[in-house]
Design a binder for this molecule. Structure first.
Ligand code: NAD
Length: 485
């Protein structure tokens, strides 16, 4: 254990503060198990202070024009961009993800979220509806103090995705990032302090869901809650929010199908399906972890797919050539590995991976490693094929008809995403529309346009984020009807 691990502090009312209680949580690097930071195990006293700061900053912040707030978002984007390499290194250290992914996705997207919403807020125009003798002016007011709660898989990427539209539309915020990955939320607070954003507009409280998240959601002065995390937690958050009639956005778990038709171009499909299955060690809510393949190409696809998965570079996250790093925690690795045992009990065959990856250097012996794993022969309604595993495990299933593929894809409690691979684009669109999810990609996966709606149906969530959907969530629309002659 490192003796000199930094102690991170809460950021409340424009300044860094220790928690009112003197309890601390350890933050470990997933790749090595090394202690890398300690964070306050904050409680309701800290939440009360953060919400009070956000509340008192609200009137002045809400009174600024869209243009004035957009300028602040651009300043934060500029300051974050200067620290892009720090973001990538901290995110890779804290999550165990490959540095190349942290550079290309986490660091870049965190900056572009602020830039994108600066532009969206600037261009935002409210509707007017004319009647014969009156005009309706729709006015978008800030909703109030917003609670922003985020998970560990894409820490700053997801936090910035909420902070930017929330403060851009005139709300003030209290953020509660995952206790497993606090480093880049702390960096965001440092950056925001440097920009001189008015005190109390952005507040950050570290800690667990139980001691910090739950009192934040339940706080009487919190009017909006934007939560991204697991489905079970989302249900608890939803129940607490309902009692106070709070505005709620829930981005939850997924079990997404990748549907490969016989007419797909294999040269681009194989790498696309591998990426969809294993990006971020399979720890992306959108990952395509059940792969449905048209029976006529099943054997051929399987051979090419296994070849590609077996050749993935697993290991040191700081090596730019690494494609797969470590899982977030020992508990999560054990939970994910438990599904490999379950798959065998359910009649499946592990055709690739199934244990620790080979050749991991000694310095990573205490990390949370699992080789990319492929399971064949499971029934499509088995637990492994329908439950969210959230790790580097995919299941393979043959199908015969378009309708069968759609039915299998719809046979889970989740409804977040999916992808369809075919050279017939009409079929791609038709099958995509048949899947009960919030998003489907055709011949690609995670090809993101920040303007489009993002979110899920069924147990994958309530509401949409992205572009005008985020701006709508983080504001209250009122109508002013002015009668004229
Ligand atoms: P989690 O639900 O355990 O935790 C998410 C956040 O909620 C953390 O900050 C946690 O401290 C907090 N929390 C826990 N209990 C709480 C409570 N009672 N009240 C308030 N806050 C509480 O999720 P996780 O393990 O951090 O993340 C993995 C999950 O997130 C997966 O299910 C994944 O699919 C999902 N996810 C969804 C999306 C999406 O956009 N739909 C994106 C990323 C991750």
């Amino acid at each position: 254990m490192s003796e000199d691990a930094p102690e991170l502090l809460n950021f409340i009312d424009g300044d860094f503060h220790p928690s009112a209680c003197d309890h601390w949580l350890d933050d470990h690097a997933p790749a090595t198990g090394r202690l890398i930071a300690r964070i306050p195990c904050s409680d309701s006293t800290d939440i009360d202070a953060a919400v009070a700061a956000a509340n008192s900053a609200l009137p002045e912040w809400a009174a600024l024009t869209h243009e004035e707030r957009a300028v602040w978002l651009d300043r934060i984007a500029d300051a974050l961009e200067e620290r892009a390499e720090d973001i990538a290194e901290l995110e890779s250290l804290d999550t165990g993800k490959p540095i190349s992914l942290a550079r290309d996705v986490d660091a870049k997207r965190s900056v572009s979220n602020f830039r994108f919403f600066a532009e969206q807020v600037r261009e935002f125009t409210a509707e007017t509806f004319e009647m014969r003798n009156a005009t309706n002016h729709v006015v978008y007011k800030p909703g109030g103090v917003a609670a922003l709660i985020t998970p560990w898989n894409l820490p700053l990427y997801l936090l910035s995705w909420k902070v930017a539209p929330a403060i851009g539309m005139g709300n003030t915020v209290v953020c509660k990032p995952s206790e497993l990955t606090p480093l880049t939320a702390n960096l965001l607070a440092e950056v925001i302090a440097e920009t001189g954003l008015p005190d109390g507009v952005f507040n950050l409280v570290h800690g667990t869901g139980e001691h910090a998240g739950a009192p934040l959601v339940a706080h009487d002065d919190v009017r909006l809650i934007s939560f991204t995390g697991g489905t079970a937690t989302g249900a608890t958050v939803g129940a607490s929010a309902a009692a106070g009639f709070k505005k709620l956005s829930l981005e939850l778990g997924g079990k997404n199908s990748t549907i490969v038709f016989a007419d797909a171009d294999m040269e681009s499909t194989i790498p696309g399906v591998v990426r969809a299955g294993f990006l971020n060690q399979g720890q992306v809510c959108l990952c395509g972890s059940r792969i449905l393949v048209e029976r006529s190409i099943y054997d051929d696809f399987r051979e090419q797919f296994l070849n590609a998965v077996e050749n993935m570079a697993v290991g040191d996250p700081s090596d730019p050539d690494t494609e797969l790093g470590a899982l977030i925690s020992p508990e999560h690795r054990d939970k994910v590995a438990g599904y490999i045992e379950l798959a065998q009990e359910e009649g499946g065959t592990v055709v690739c991976g199934g244990g620790a990856p080979e050749g991991i250097p000694e310095e990573f012996a205490d990390g949370n490693w699992l080789a990319p794993t492929v399971i064949d022969g499971l029934s499509t309604d088995s637990r492994c094929s329908t439950e969210e595993i959230f790790g580097p495990i995919v299941t393979l299933h043959p199908f015969d008809t378009e309708q069968e593929a759609i039915d299998i894809a719809n046979g889970t409690r989740y409804g977040l995403a999916g992808s369809v691979w075919t050279s017939d684009l009409d079929k791609g669109q038709r099958v995509a529309e048949g899947i009960d999810t919030g998003m489907v990609w055709v011949n690609c996966w995670l090809h993101r346009d920040l303007r489009v709606p993002f979110g899920g149906v069924k147990d994958s969530g309530v509401g949409r984020e992205g572009g005008r959907w985020s701006l709508g969530f983080f504001s209250e629309a009122m109508n002013v009807c002015v009668k004229h002659d």
